[in-house]
Design a protein around this ligand. Sequence first.
Ligand code: ATP
Ligand code: MG
Length: 343
Amino acid sequence: MTEPVSNLDKFAPRVFSGIQPSGGLTLGNYLGAIKRFVDMQGEDYETIYCMVDMHAITVWQEPKALRRNTRELCAGFIASGIDPERSILFNQSQVPEHAQLGWIFNCVARMGWMKRMTQFKDKAGKNAEAASLGLFGYPALMAADILVYHATHVPVGEDQKQHLELTRDIAAKFNHDYEVDFFPLTEPVIEGAATRVMSLRDGSKKMSKSDPSDMSRINMTDDADAIASKIRKARTDPEALPSEAAGLSDRPEARNLVNIYAALADTSVDGVLAEMGGKQFSEFKPALAELAVEKMAPISTEMARLMQEPAEIDAILARGAERARELAEPILKQTYEIVGMVR
Ligand code: ATP
Ligand code: MG
C-alpha cells in the first residue's frame, strides 16, 4: 500500500496506550511505557491509559491472577504518577466498544497482513496450530483500542512498532474502502533511551514479564535489596565503559545498562557516558543500583499500599470506564453508520 498522507491535523490531539495485566510489571514496562505516559499528561493532550485484559487472555490467565494483576497494574500506573483525574484510566473489558470495533477491523485487516506479525510468531512459538485465534487477531483489536478514541499518538516500546503500522494500514483501508476520512493515521511515539529494555541475563532478549528467570528482569514490585542484587549480578563484559555511544554498538549488555541508567536519570546515553566513560562495571553497577533503588523502590512501596485498597482501585477503574465510554460510544455509532448497519 502506498503511504497515505497524514490526516492528523483534522483530529484533536489525543494519547492512548495500553498494558496487559499478564503478570508482574517490569522495568521495561516502566521505562518503555508507564514513565512516558506520565510525562505526556499535561495541557497539550487528552491522555487515555488502559489495562488491556482482553489482550491478556489471548494466552491462558488464571482468573484469580488476572483480577489481581489488573488491580496491581492500576496500582502501578497510579504509584508511578498517573493521575486518574487528569488521565482516563480503566480496563478494556469494561468498555465493550473496543470489542465491537475490533470485529469490524477483523473484517478490514487482511490475512496476509496478520501473518506478517512477528509478535504472533514469537508468542505462538513452534506450536502455532495450538495458539488461540485471539492471539492471531490481537493486533486488529489493538487497532480498535486506539481508533475507537480517534487517538492521534500512541506511546509504546519498540516491540509495538509493527502493530502500530498495522493500525495505520487498517485506518487507511477503512477510510479508502468507505470513502471517508474518519479514522486518524495514528503516530507511534517511540522515544527516549529505553524503548527496548533487554534481559539482564541475555542482551539479545527483551526484558519480559513472561521470562522464566526472575533474575532477567527488575519487577516493579521488587524491594530495594532485590533491585540492587539483580543489577549486581547482571551479565556484562570485561571492558570499561566507552566515552561515546558508538563504543556500545557491539556490546548489548553494556548498552542495555547504560540505556537504563539514562532513562532513569532522565538524561541521554551521551550524558551518561560523559560522566561514566572509562569506569569499570565494578564502579558503574553500584551507581546504577543506587539510582534504580532511588527511583523504583518508592513506586513499589506505594503499589503495595494501594493494593490494600482493592475497592478503591475498582472504583477508579469503573469511573475511568464511564469516561472512556463517553468518548468511544459516538465514534462506534458513526462507524456503524458508515458501514451501513441498521440502528
Ligand atoms: P507480555 O510478555 O505479556 O507481552 P510485556 O512485558 O511485553 O508483556 P505488554 O503489555 O505487551 O507487556 O506491553 C506494554 C508496553 O510495554 C508496550 O508499550 C511495550 O512496548 C512496552 N514494553 C514491554 N516490554 C518492554 C521492554 N523490554 N522495553 C521497553 N518497553 C517495553
Ligand atoms: Mg508484550
